[in-house]
Ligand binder design. Structure first.
Ligand SMILES: [Zn+2]
Length: 430
């Protein structure tokens, strides 16, 4: 199964994406043992000083632990305690915290097939009603990219813009911390932004409290850079069970999994044997099978490497001839994938066409801005960012000054203007 292959997934490819962050191999290691076992992981001094001179309003947790791996946020801070208090722990199933071995495989505490907690990793890609796994409508393709924002993603967003493609982007909190301008670019382009946890540890390996802070810190940093609060998340590696389900549900999140996997995460990974031709072959196969489908799909792709981006550019134009490609929110009919109810995405109708629903506006965050929608499947109002945020350390890129907010509603930037500003900021920062 694809998910079993994905269990071996690491983020070593991220090395190339975070040069500005100091350590060159932040890893989505599943345990401290796994992280420390890799000779490739440098030991660094933990720091809360994030790169890019971004004018953070919130104080975020350290990027790295003492092994140099991405750090799970502490659970004893005042903020963490507030979030932990949001969850009724007595309602959380008492599923065990799963141990993972050094090779990144879960150790099943139950006899084979007898885990009662619907564990995606241990129980054969187990899902529950309410988990989003496919686009329901035949001929529809939920386009998703994980593990950003990365500089490769920046390039991908540019290209998707030329193709009028919109995707669901699952952002890692620590990637947003290191590449905030790329995140802003993704938001500004009208993609659906969703949570992919703070440090990309497999969630069943974490305690209830750690799961809570992983989700909430990511929500917080996405809100700061993009002005939106995602209602959807994707567990790293799809690793998910009833304990994680309960916690996520109590916090207001719905999981988006996938039913097709390009395996493009392998590109750039040590020992990778995947070739671009193999990924091309997967797409060719899926295109050929469409006529016999009974439902649509959600496909797992990544913005982790040049090869994964090249693969998307190579295959999506062909795919678009067989499938109607859109963000997951659009394909499942949720016009409001953010808590901000004034932001709406077009949703698919029974006729297969996307329909926009314009909704009333509400009070704007102090500096959230957005652009008017285009004809694609992006939101009808694209939340973006503060002028200061878009500009990073540069005071010359005060883009929101060009617009005039109207009382009681969001202010919408020209997407082109914003893209120019972000591109300049990214160029300067990376
Ligand atoms: Zn991931």
């Amino acid at each position: 199964m694809a998910a079993k292959i994905a269990l071996k997934y690491t983020l070593l490819a991220l090395a190339a994406t975070s040069a500005a962050a100091g350590p060159t191999t932040p890893k989505a290691s599943t345990s401290k043992a796994a992280a420390s076992s890799s000779a490739a992981a440098p030991v660094t001094t933990p720091t809360a000083a994030y790169p890019n001179n971004y004018p953070w309003k919130n104080q975020y947790p350290p990027l790295f632990d003492k092994t140099g791996a991405w750090a799970v946020p502490p659970i004893d801070s005042t903020q963490a305690k507030e979030w932990i208090a949001l969850v009724n722990m007595s309602a959380v199933p008492n599923a065990p915290v799963i141990k993972w071995d050094k090779n990144g495989n879960p150790i099943d505490p139950y006899p084979a097939g007898q885990n009662p907690y619907c564990d995606w990793s241990l129980d054969g890609v187990c899902t529950r009603p309410g988990d989003v796994v496919v686009c329901p409508q035949k001929g529809v393709w939920g386009l998703t990219f994980d593990d950003g924002p990365t500089p490769f993603g920046s390039q991908l967003y540019d290209w998707m813009g030329t193709q009028n493609l919109k995707a669901t982007l699952f952002y890692i909190g620590l990637q947003v911390a290191q590449n905030p301008q790329v995140a802003q670019k993704g938001c500004a382009a009208g993609h659906q932004i969703a949570i992919h946890t703070w440090s990309h540890h497999v969630l069943t390996s974490l305690t209830n409290e750690q799961i809570i802070v992983e989700l909430k810190w990511t929500e917080t940093i996405i809100k700061e850079v993009c002005g939106v609060t995602p209602k959807y998340f994707r567990p790293p590696q799809g690793d998910y069970d009833d304990r994680v389900r309960s916690i996520a549900s109590q916090l207001g999140y719905t999981a988006i999994l996938w039913d097709l996997d390009t395996n493009d995460w392998m590109f750039g990974s040590p020992g990778n044997t995947l070739t671009p031709a193999q990924v091309d072959g997967n797409f060719t196969k899926w295109i050929g099978e469409e006529s016999n489908d009974t439902h649509g799909h959600i496909c797992l792709e990544h913005e982790l490497s040049q090869q994964s981006v090249d693969s998307a550019k190579q295959n999506l134009p062909k795919l678009a001839k067989a499938y109607n490609i859109m963000p997951v929110a659009s394909c499942i009919g949720d016009a409001h994938p953010y808590k901000e109810s004034d932001i709406s995405f077009p949703v698919i109708g029974t006729d297969g066409k996307l329909t926009s629903t314009n909704t009333s506006t509400s009070a704007s965050p102090s500096n959230a801005t957005a652009s008017a929608t285009d004809s694609g499947a992006g939101p009808t109002s694209n939340p973006t960012v503060s002028a200061a945020g878009a500009a990073g350390a540069s005071s010359s890129l005060v883009v929101s000054a060009t617009t005039t907010p109207s009382a009681g509603s969001r202010t919408y930037l020209s997407e082109t203007l914003f893209a120019i500003a972000v591109a300049m900021a990214v160029t300067m920062a990376l």
